[in-house]
Write a protein that binds this ligand. Structure first.
Ligand SMILES: Cc1cc2nc3c(=O)[nH]c(=O)nc-3n(C[C@H](O)[C@H](O)[C@H](O)COP(=O)(O)OP(=O)(O)OC[C@H]3O[C@@H](n4cnc5c(N)ncnc54)[C@H](O)[C@@H]3O)c2cc1C
Length: 391
């Protein structure tokens, strides 16, 4: 991607690329639960997945606000950025806290597409949203760490070369604050996947079939040995590092939700103009118009919050409340628009060939992941409004 593109040129370039991947393409992938490799390759070749990588390492050196526009346009075109979005947001932890050696080793290869950074191993089956009680442990042994434990919902692990992994390096009872003692590792999966890997132990990946095509998995670590040089930043400080990456993730996913909302609103408006019942377009009825107009207003308000949060992030802050509010408002706007779009289409909203039901299933995720609405509300209640901690 040329480095000098402005935002409207970025929008047009993403739209042109996405036009090559119409509804039929996504329907086929959805039915087969197949990974959209051609789409991800095209995004990589065009440089969009290297948007945040500094120019010195072969990327475009764009800000998060521009990356958000890329993700929004992918969704607004009816495509599914979930196949590749992690590369954008995981990148932030490496960019902010990785050493010069780590950046030199990985970033140029990620920029060219030789390496894929698509797997983010945080969630575990027993800890749920309570990340600080995760059980995966990394124990230092000479020049290595030995990792044991399990992750769940590690999306795209089968289609990634690198995984950003959060594990406990000091037992919870030995640290003064429970946010201490967690560390972040950049794991080269090519060396550890399979129980009989070259490193001796291993990582095993098991796909989980879900209601939409999301390539998510369970990952098991059994005496998995990785070099100590995989540690990002200081041992024990990983939770702080990952929070910054999570804010970037929330902002980028909020931008995707804005794109989804735009897709649903356009799809519903077009259909309401074309579909004739009782001798006139259904869109002539205020009962059909008003829900579309309401969703439009809701989407526009959320969109302002998303750009506000992205700009606060780009200004060098770590805007927890803005990123959370952007994610909350945008995921609710996209889900409201998804529901409205099905209602506007009547029975045809359920027919696969209209793509509405597929996008509806895909959009449902974002009030749950990467953080659920309740947890955002409790963050705002406690950290912004000063209400008592509820858990
Ligand atoms: C398709 C998919 C892809 C994903 N991809 C990834 C990934 O790539 N990497 C990764 O690390 N994770 C991933 N996740 C995990 C995702 O981030 C979690 O599912 C999400 O954070 C919610 O956690 P949980 O499922 O454990 O829900 P739980 O924590 O079990 O919560 C269940 C429900 O209870 C509510 N709840 C829990 N505690 C409270 C409380 N104190 N107050 C009020 N309500 C509460 C929650 O809001 C939620 O509605 C993915 C999930 C899915 C479904």
């Amino acid at each position: 991607m040329p480095e000098s593109l402005d935002i409207s040129e970025i929008r047009r370039a993403v739209q042109a690329l996405c036009a090559e991947f119409p509804g039929e393409y996504w329907r086929e992938k959805d039915q087969a639960r197949a990974y959209p490799s051609e789409f991800v390759d095209a995004l990589t070749k065009a440089g969009f997945l290297a948007a945040l990588i500094p120019e010195a390492y072969g990327g475009s050196g764009l800000k998060l606000d521009a990356a958000a526009v890329i993700m929004e346009e992918i969704q607004a075109a009816g495509c599914n950025g979930a196949s590749a979005h992690a590369q954008m947001y995981i990148m932030n932890t490496l960019l902010k806290y990785g050493s010069a050696e780590q950046k030199q080793e990985y970033l140029p290869q990620i920029a060219t597409g030789e390496l894929r950074l698509q797997a983010f191993g945080v969630s575990e089956p027993t800890s749920g949203t309570d990340t600080l009680s995760l059980r995966t442990v990394a124990v230092r042994d000479g020049d290595d760490y030995v990792i044991n434990g399990q992750k769940i919902w590690t999306s795209r692990a089968e289609y990634s070369d690198l995984m950003m992994l959060l594990a406990r390096t000091t037992p919870r009872e030995e640290v003064s604050s429970k946010t201490e003692g967690l560390s972040i590792f950049l794991v080269d999966m090519r060396k550890v996947v399979g129980p009989k890997s070259e490193a001796g132990g291993g990582m095993t990946i098991k796909p989980i079939r879900t209601m939409m095509n999301h390539s998510t998995t369970e990952v098991f670590f059994d005496d998995m040995r990785i070099p100590a040089s995989a540690l990002i930043g200081e041992e024990g400080k990983g939770f702080r590092y990952i929070l910054s990456g999570m804010n970037a993730e929330r902002i980028l996913i909020a931008a995707e939700c804005i794109g989804d909302a735009k897709w649903f609103i356009k799809k519903a408006s077009d259909y309401a103009k074309e579909r004739n019942v009782f001798g006139r377009a259904i869109g002539q009825n205020q009962g059909v118009q008003f829900p579309i107009a309401r969703c439009y207003a809701q989407m526009c308000a959320a969109e302002l919050m998303v750009h506000h949060a992205a700009q606060a992030y780009d200004a060098g802050g770590n805007p927890g409340s803005e990123a959370n509010m952007a994610k909350l408002l945008a995921s609710e706007a996209s889900w409201a628009a998804a529901d409205m779009c099905v209602q506007t289409h009547g029975g045809f909203g359920f027919a696969e060939e209209y793509d509405v039901e597929r996008k509806f299933r895909e959009a449902r995720l974002y009030t749950v992941a990467p953080i659920s609405t309740n947890l955002i509300l409790s963050y705002l209640a406690e950290h912004v409004l000063g209400l008592p901690r509820s858990y």
